[in-house]
Structures are given as C-alpha cells and as structure tokens.
Design a protein around this ligand. Structure first.
Ligand SMILES: [Fe+2]
Ligand SMILES: [Fe+2]
Length: 331
C-alpha cells in the first residue's frame, strides 16, 4: 500500500480535486458563529439569553444530555484530528500557511469544525445541567490520549475514513437535533441542525476526493476502504477517559445506540451509501486482494443491517453507569 504515496500524478490529481472542493467551505463572514446561536451576554437583557437556554434544557433527559456531552467532547478533540490530516508526508500543510489546495482545505475545514465544539460547549454550560469540570477533564484526557486510526500516513485511508466519519457525525448531530425538538429544546435543535449542515458539506468533499483515489488507483483505494471501515474501525473519541479505568466510549456508544442518535443500522447504511456513491458494485478488473475487500464491504454492510434490530435489543438491557458529565435532575 505505498504506490499512492509516491505517485506524483495521483497527488497532483488530489490537489486539483481539493481545489474543486474549496467552495464547499464557507467564508468566515458568511457562516454562523456560536454567539449567533447562544446569544451575547453584554446587553441589558443578558439574563433572558441565559434563562432561555436554561428553561428549554430543563425537560431534556439526562441520557440525551450525556449523549450531547459525548458529541461535544468528540468535537473538542479537534487538535488531534487536524494533526492526523496533516500526517501524510507528501500531502500536507508543511509550513502551516501553505497555499496548496489541500493545505487550504485542512485549515478551513478545521476552522469550521472548531465552531462545533465551541457552540455545544457553551450551550451545555449555559444549560446549567452539566458538571462542566467533568466534561473538561474528559476533553483534556482525550486530547492527551490521542487518536490512532491505523491510517499511518496513507492518503487514501485518511480520505476514506473522513468520508465515513463526516457522514456519521452528520447523522448523529441531525438525530440529536430531532431529539432536542421532541423535548421542546428549539435552540439546541437549531444548533445541531446547523452543525449537521456543516458535516453534510464536509462529507461531500471527502467523498469527492475519494472518487479521485478510486478512479486513479482502484485496487489500493478499495483495499484502503476495507481496512479502514470494517471490523477494526476506530471512532475518533475511542480514547475518551475520565481518569478512571471505565470504558467511557463504550458506554457512550451504547447510549447513542439506545437513543437512536447513532446506531448499528446507521453504520450499515453508511457503508451501503458510500458503496452506491462510489459505484463500487460496477468496478471491474480488480486485483484479488481488492475483490476480496469489496466482497467483505458488502457482506459486512448486509450483516449489520440484518442484525441491527437484534443488536439494539441486546444493548437495550446492558446496564450503563451514570455519566459524571450530567447532573441527573435540573437545579
Ligand atoms: Fe464536527
Ligand atoms: Fe465535519
């Protein structure tokens, strides 16, 4: 799996494709900022801004808020993700201010992502429902612990993973927004919908970039997809910790599954969506290794789709300890 790292033609094609994706990122002045959604506290009616959030967050179940905290913690580990995207030796922002399209993309993407953690953090803080120190401690641990996908410095692996992950976060923010609306938390619903909108633009860009990998080097690209998105898939916040031995991420995943924020069915459907978007079923003349990977991709998606109800039922009875992030009842 080294050809793509040294083939300058493919790297050039990816730079050209990155240039074509830049329009999918918004200029700072044209997009939302956290303060647009959580309000300013400088005016005479600052109490109203705070009370509005506190009131709407009151009826939200503790489990839903724990899920929100888990998403926020994941978003706040952005330094790890930007470092990860910059790990390709021949395809990175070498100086920190490079003008190549990929370097511009990674910085502008990070700048958009940075608002996600900020706005969720502020909402949770103003809601009065969270133990913010416990949340901050988990963020601190997560960034210290890092994030290892096993993608090494392989460009195809990073791009295919980002294609998947942006869609997964889009789904989970969208579902969190719907859940918030169900409980009358309109502001939170709007915040989550706007974040999901950002993720939708991001997923489109990474999926377009992976199309370039597939058309230039289908064997290696399909193999990379099989390696990154099947049984060994590592989620960004896998190493979240509260400093004890508890497997926080596992508990958070169970909760997300239970509340319908992100489920096994979502995983299977994402795999099938990507296969369809990239026309994988129509690929011909693949190497034996790539053909085997392709077959496994479809089999895995079908297996998880078939078993999703069973998995949901089994996880429904698993006991999950309360999270230190959320106060069980409103103050
Ligand atoms: Fe995000
Ligand atoms: Fe994103």
């Amino acid at each position: 799996m080294t050809a793509c790292l040294t083939d300058p033609n493919i790297l050039e094609a990816l730079q050209r494709a990155s240039a074509d994706q830049l329009h999918l990122l918004k200029a700072p002045a044209e997009t939302w900022q956290p303060a647009d959604l959580t309000g300013e506290l400088t005016g005479g009616s600052w109490q109203d801004a705070v009370l509005e959030i506190r009131r709407e967050a009151e009826p939200l179940p503790a489990d839903a808020l724990a899920c929100l905290a888990g998403s926020l913690i994941t978003e706040e580990a952005l330094p790890s993700y930007q470092a990860w995207l910059n790990r390709h030796l021949e395809f990175r922002d070498e100086t920190g201010t490079d003008t190549t399209p990929w370097a511009q993309w990674t910085r502008a993407w990070s700048a958009e992502e940075n608002r996600h953690g900020d706005v969720l953090n502020r909402y949770l803080y103003l809601s009065g429902r969270a133990d913010m120190r416990a949340v901050e401690l988990t963020i601190h641990h997560l960034i210290r612990n890092g994030f290892n996908l096993g993608s090494g410095s392989h460009v195809y692996k990073s791009i295919v993973y980002a294609s998947f992950q942006e869609r997964a976060t889009r789904i989970s923010h969208r579902n969190m927004g719907l859940l918030a609306h169900e409980h009358g938390a309109k502001k939170l619903g709007r915040i989550c919908a706007l974040i999901a909108g950002d993720e939708a633009r991001h997923e489109q860009a990474y999926q377009n970039l992976f199309k370039v990998c597939l058309s230039a080097d289908p064997d290696q690209a399909v193999t990379a997809m099989g390696e990154m998105l099947l049984s060994k898939i590592v989620m960004p916040a896998r190493l979240m910790s509260d400093g004890t031995g508890r497997d926080l991420f596992s508990d958070y995943s169970i909760l997300a599954q239970r509340l319908g924020i992100y489920t096994t069915r979502d995983y299977a459907e994402t795999l099938l969506f990507l296969a369809e978007t990239w026309g994988l079923a129509k690929l011909r003349g693949l190497s034996a290794e790539a053909s085997a990977a392709l077959e496994k991709i479809f089999k895995t998606a079908e297996k998880y789709q078939r078993k999703s109800a069973q998995i949901a039922e089994a996880l429904g009875s698993v006991e999950v300890q309360a999270f230190s992030w959320i106060r069980p009842t409103p103050p």
